[in-house]
Design a protein around this ligand. Structure first.
Ligand code: FPP
Ligand code: MG
Length: 329
């Protein structure tokens, strides 16, 4: 529990929290936790790496704030594939930090189970050192059936890598005959992303004053509220957090409208795609006298079945991969 709460000074915070809860609370928040090293320099720490350690503590604090206001999903950018280009000392340090913190987290598994938190690690996991992979897989495996809150840690992640991986997965599915090339729609690509089990984020926050997404959730954030804050990540306060939620609330109607328009266009496009496939199967002779509408619906049902089986297949493959690298204990 924070010092402010322990000292009883948390009543203003509780009041603000209640006021915010009277409005729309984002269900899924994503954060680019930037500015750790600048923070360490600013504080004149002897080691710049101290910034990352404080950054991790801030992540845990933020998770607590999310649970308090009713945000059920938090996705954080913890390590970009680009970060592998940093000095060996920093990369090794971040890997070690991840391993240690996951081990500590596993010691507190009762707390995680009590809150029903499902931990996911999203990214190109094969790029991780085997010991780090094995420990993150343990955290994912033991919490995988929890469904009250979700913590998605993007580790060894970039959006471009994620999209490339999705395209490869789909190409393989088509080559294996599990899906047809014409089954590939926007919706199916989305489900093949590392974030395929989640709804897109409602609110994306970036700290440190940089105004860019740096290859983070590029696909998923098309209809999200983007909030760039001029504060270094370890300094991110509950007031910064509340102000970001307020920005979301101010933009809520416009975001919803854009999302609904997009969903409707997707549905229309899918119907047209199904119709084109049916028409391509019918030749001129047997077009007469058929109920086209029925055939399109029937085709849509089969397509859905193929897609669901394929998605189930890739989820199972991923689960088995994680079990292989870290057998469930
Ligand atoms: C960006 O700040 C932060 C990172 C590259 C690492 C983020 C990691 C954590 C918050 C803690 C570790 C988390 C886990 C789950 C192990 P920066 O290094 O780019 O700092 P700068 O922008 O000031 O240079
Ligand atoms: Mg940075």
């Amino acid at each position: 529990m924070s010092e402010e709460r322990k000292s009883g000074g948390g009543w203003i915070r509780s009041l603000c929290c209640s006021i915010l809860k009277a409005g729309h609370i984002p269900q899924h928040v994503a954060i680019i936790m930037d500015g750790n090293r600048r923070f360490a320099r600013k504080m004149q720490y002897s080691r710049v790496f101290m910034g990352h350690i404080q950054g991790f503590d801030k992540l845990l604090e933020t998770l607590e704030w999310c649970l308090d206001v009713g945000i059920t999903e938090l996705t954080v950018y913890a390590f970009s594939i680009e970060n592998f280009k940093r000095s060996k000392e920093e990369v090794d340090g971040l890997m070690e930090l991840a391993k240690q913190k996951v081990t500590k987290l596993l010691d507190e598994r009762d707390l995680i189970m009590k809150h029903g938190v499902c931990i996911r690690v999203l990214g190109d996991l094969e790029l991780l050192p085997p010991d780090v992979l094995s420990s993150v897989a343990r955290a994912v495996n033991f919490s995988r059936n929890n469904d009250r809150a979700f913590l998605n840690v993007c580790f060894s992640y970039t959006s471009r890598n994620e999209m490339t991986h999705a395209v490869r997965t789909l190409a393989q599915g088509a080559a294996d005959g599990m899906i047809l090339p014409s089954d590939i729609s926007e919706d199916v690509v989305e489900r093949c992303l590392y974030t395929g089990d989640s709804q897109p984020p409602d609110l994306v926050i970036r700290t440190s004053g940089e105004i860019r997404l740096s290859d983070f959730l590029l696909w998923q954030s098309s209809y999200s509220c983007l909030c760039f804050l001029d504060v270094l990540w370890p300094e991110f306060s509950i007031w910064n957090f509340f102000s970001a939620i307020l920005t979301y609330q101010k933009n809520y109607s416009a975001i919803q409208e854009a999302r609904e328009n997009h969903a409707q266009k997707l549905e229309e496009r899918l119907y047209q795609l199904n119709k084109d496939c049916v028409l391509a199967q019918l030749d001129e002779r047997n077009k007469d006298g058929v109920d086209l509408e029925d055939l399109v619906l029937e085709y849509g049902r089969h397509r859905k079945q193929r897609v669901e089986q394929f998605i189930e297949h890739i989820r199972t493959e991923h689960r088995l991969f994680l079990e292989r690298v870290s057998p469930i204990c």
